[in-house]
Ligand binder design. Structure first.
Ligand code: LMR
Length: 394
């Protein structure tokens, strides 16, 4: 059997992470994988997470199984964090998943079960694992334009134009905030237009929100998701706690399914639990428990929010510094978009050859489509990157 296997294509982002680790140069700069780093290049355990872990170690009495959909308290806490009071709680089903990727996978499994022929629309470009999983599941897929290479902003006319072709029951995958890989985001007004269009077409929004708190703040980053949830009868949401709680390896995510009416919740919730059972039985609990403790304890929550805010404003400061350096060194304002983008990433518009040249000549690692992770920089490396971008002729 095993002799029939063929080598699988390497994931570009994870292959880059490996290549960086193997590069012996001491002054190399990692702008690849989407992991937050502080000015010293560390990915710290957040203070509130450490405190919650200590408390948990002291208080936890059992490691017996939780529910198939995870601890309902986690679902409640995450519903509050993401949706606020945008939608009645009795319409929202939720299941803990292994990370945001697990939530995407389980969401797609749910769609396949409920509407086997539904086409999934993805932004062009999007996080490479989106099309990879959709393809792996044998689902139909289409793309809508999203990024304007010239302005490095959202190609909203292109997006709306392409979404005219969606059929009733199609699924449209949207990035809740901090678009990965481009860094270009919809305004709230544009979210409203997307909501109107999806409602008119009777399409299902599937929102991937993996960077809440990294863009304009916890509430502002959820505003588009809340608007969609308030206006559309059915919505799926895949969320990750990897980034905003810094618990990447704990694999902490959630899939939420908003039904048109409360009466549908028992079957929807039961289906989420069933799908968990088919794939891995019980979802990981440790990270979810920490998140629940933090969100439900006013002191821990305040400290977590304060540290997350430091992370967010730190990335904004790096964006501004880089845009300023590039303005000076290129004698133009063509890189100002870096200060306007939000989240961890910006796609800077370098060709694959220019990206390769920066890796070869400067030890600067960014994804081949020229997505760079802003959090991989610090005040000292920003001028080095700015010079490398100009030298590469971007
Ligand atoms: C990224 O886009 O770099 C992150 O979401 C990490 C990953 O799994 O690809």
């Amino acid at each position: 059997m095993l002799e029939t296997l063929k080598p699988q294509p390497a994931d570009k982002i994870l292959a880059l992470m490996q290549a960086f680790r193997e590069d012996p140069r001491a002054d190399k700069i990692d702008l690849g994988v989407g992991v937050y780093k502080d000015a010293e290049g560390r990915t710290p355990v957040m203070r509130a997470v450490k405190a919650a872990e200590k408390k948990l170690w002291e208080e936890e009495q059992t490691k017996s199984y939780t529910g198939l959909a995870g601890d309902p308290a986690y679902g409640e806490a995450m519903r509050g964090l993401i949706l606020g009071d945008a939608v009645a709680a009795d319409r929202v089903s939720a299941a803990a998943t292994p990370g945001g990727t697990g939530a995407i996978r389980q969401g797609l499994e749910l769609i396949r079960l409920a509407a086997p022929g539904a086409k999934v629309w993805l932004s062009a470009p999007t996080w490479p694992n989106h099309p990879s999983i959709v393809r792996y599941l044998g689902m139909e897929m289409a793309e809508y334009r999203y990024f304007d290479e010239a302005s490095r902003g959202v190609d909203f006319l292109g997006m709306i134009g392409d979404l005219q072709a969606i059929a009733e029951g199609d699924v449209v995958l949207l990035h809740g905030c901090c678009h990965n890989p481009t860094g270009a985001n919809l305004t709230l007004e544009q979210w409203g237009q997307v909501a109107d269009l999806l409602a008119a077409k009777k399409a299902i929004p599937f929102i991937d929100i993996a960077y809440q708190g990294f863009g304009d703040g916890l509430d502002a980053d959820a505003a588009g998701t809340r608007l969609i949830a308030a206006r559309l009868p059915e919505v799926l949401i895949a969320a990750s706690c990897s980034k905003n709680f810094g618990i990447y390896r704990e694999r902490t995510g959630i899939l939420m399914a908003i039904a048109p009416e409360a009466g549908m919740k028992p079957v929807t919730q039961g289906t989420l639990a069933f799908l968990n059972r088919q794939n891995y039985s019980f979802p990981p609990d440790h990270g979810a428990r920490l998140v629940t403790m933090i969100l439900n304890d006013p002191g821990l929550r305040a400290d977590w929010m304060a540290e997350l805010e430091e992370v967010r404003t730190g990335m904004l400061a790096l964006r501004k510094q880089l845009a300023d350096e590039l303005r000076q060194r290129s004698n133009s304002d063509r890189f100002d978009f870096i200060a306007h983008h939000r989240g961890m990433f910006s796609r800077i518009g370098a060709s694959p050859e220019q990206v390769e040249a920066m890796r070869r000549d400067n030890g600067i690692y960014m994804v081949g489509d020229s997505r760079m992770n802003i959090a991989g920089l610090n005040a000292k490396t920003v001028p080095i990157l700015a010079q490398a971008i100009v030298d590469a002729g971007v």
